[in-house]
Design a protein around this ligand. Structure first.
Ligand code: H79
Length: 427
């Protein structure tokens, strides 16, 4: 078994440029692009096999008068998030910054550098700056047609593919990453998306991942980069699932990880999809990540005018209400190693404090075993009120291994919980 990674502490923040991430645990993902206009998932161009010429017309309609980076940054901050990540370019190829390498940008479309607005707003709110950047580009004329490309079933696929040159696309990709990492000050986090090797796919040779990663590290030495270049990076990003345990690399050692999650199953604005998760569920997922030494990046997809959905705003506000009272169980917290979580609970730990998240309200009492050093006090987190407990057998009595008191194992602490479920306690 590998040595457990210690829970990061505030001191680490100065020594390690990546400690902010390990402490922060919670960020906002923003998927915004032309796909907000068709408003049926960010893969619409591929799913509906739209030609670039046809799809390009959305750029003429692009004028996100309700995209307000400050509103987004404030909502993230108020939700207890510590960083935010914006799609600088998604697979459709439309760029949200003032790229000198293409006219397919928000600046050409509506005169706005949304990346610049985003970065300024984040800094104002004290949030760390994250960029998402798509390796895939369905608009670029040199990007070869593969199995997810919109032109994959085009009758003239071969002719349309002739003359495309991934070497030229690579220069474009690297050039744009250089722009993003030189033009906006410190960038703390970078999410590349994605490698899909094999038949008709693309991978590290297509991106020249080694050179690209070296460029990233040269330009932003303290940055956190994910592993979707097809090389190991600084973190892995399980997409729309919670891993069963702390994630490990090929060598069995634990790795930094972050689950990226949606509020309704779609990343980009999906107008008719109202299948939203509850704030309860999202908070349980967040706490689940922390309890497994991970983080959570929660996505919202602004609409065709750039406004946040009413449902997303309400979720962020409700999450923020909980985080205001319970943030200590998330920020700077980590797994409670070696302590078994009773059914219906998720455990997190920060220093000598154990947080017991009750995902189902138990019948009056809760039994915890194997608490190192016993228990000094137990309180509800939201109001500081004490919770009665008794130690059924002290750990030092555990030599009486086969003695069970009240039917419980030695060393069990029994907490007597208020009969009435406090309104705001639980995720
Ligand atoms: O930006 C969001 C999504 O649009 C993007 N990543 C998040 C953050 C994403 N969508 N899907 N995926 C990443 C993985 C997709 C995998 C599949 Fe396929 C696409 C399965 C089938 C089609 C590519 C081709 C991988 C396997 C076959």
């Amino acid at each position: 078994m590998s040595t457990p990674a210690p829970t990061p502490t505030l001191q680490d923040e100065h020594a390690d440029p990546r400690a902010w991430f390990d402490l922060g645990r919670f960020g906002l993902f923003i998927h915004f692009g032309l796909y907000a206009i068709p408003a049926r998932h960010e893969w619409v161009m591929s799913r509906e096999q739209r030609t670039p010429e046809d799809y390009e017309r959305y750029a003429e309609l692009f004028d996100p008068d309700r995209f307000d980076a400050r509103t987004i940054a404030r909502a993230a901050r108020a939700a207890g998030m510590r960083y935010a990540v914006l799609t600088t370019k998604h697979h459709e190829g439309f760029c949200l910054w003032d790229s000198a390498l293409t006219d397919y940008t928000s600046v050409a479309a509506c005169g706005r550098d949304l990346v610049a607005e985003f970065v300024a707003a984040l800094r104002e709110e004290g949030l760390k700056v994250g960029f998402y950047h798509s390796l895939i580009d369905w608009h670029h004329e040199d990007f070869t047609i593969d199995r997810v490309h919109p032109l994959r079933e085009h009758p003239d696929r071969a002719a349309l593919d002739a003359g495309r040159d991934m070497a030229r696309y690579r220069e474009y990709l690297h050039g744009q990453v250089r722009e993003l990492l030189t033009g906006y000050g410190t960038v703390d986090y970078l999410f590349f998306d994605f490698t899909y090797p094999g038949e008709d796919g693309k991978g590290p040779e297509d991106w020249d991942s080694e050179r690209l990663l070296a460029l990233v590290r040269e330009l932003q030495p303290g940055i956190i980069v994910n592993d979707r270049l097809g090389l190991s990076g600084d973190l892995v990003t399980p997409e729309q699932y919670q891993p069963v345990a702390p994630m490990v690399g090929p060598d069995g050692q634990e790795v930094r990880w972050e689950s990226c999650q949606t509020t309704n199953g779609s990343w980009g604005y999906d107008r008719d999809n109202h299948d939203f998760k509850s704030a309860d569920l999202l908070l349980r997922m967040l706490v689940d990540s922390v309890g497994k030494n991970g983080s959570m990046l929660l996505n919202v997809g602004p609409d065709g005018r750039g406004g946040l959905r009413r449902e997303d705003l309400a979720l962020l506000a409700e999450i923020g209400d909980w985080m205001d009272l319970h943030g200590d169980a998330v920020h700077g917290a980590g797994p409670a190693r070696g302590i078994e979580a009773p059914q219906g609970t998720i455990l997190t730990r920060r220093g000598d404090r154990l947080y017991v998240h009750l995902t189902a309200w138990p019948m009056q009492s809760l039994h915890l075993t194997g608490l190192p050093g016993g228990v000094r006090a137990a309180r509800l987190l939201h109001d500081g009120s004490e919770v009665a407990f008794r130690v059924t057998a002290q750990p030092e009595h555990s030599v009486h291994d086969n003695m069970a008191i009240d039917g419980l194992a030695p060393g069990t602490v029994t907490f007597t919980l208020p009969i009435r479920r406090p309104e705001v306690l639980l995720p």
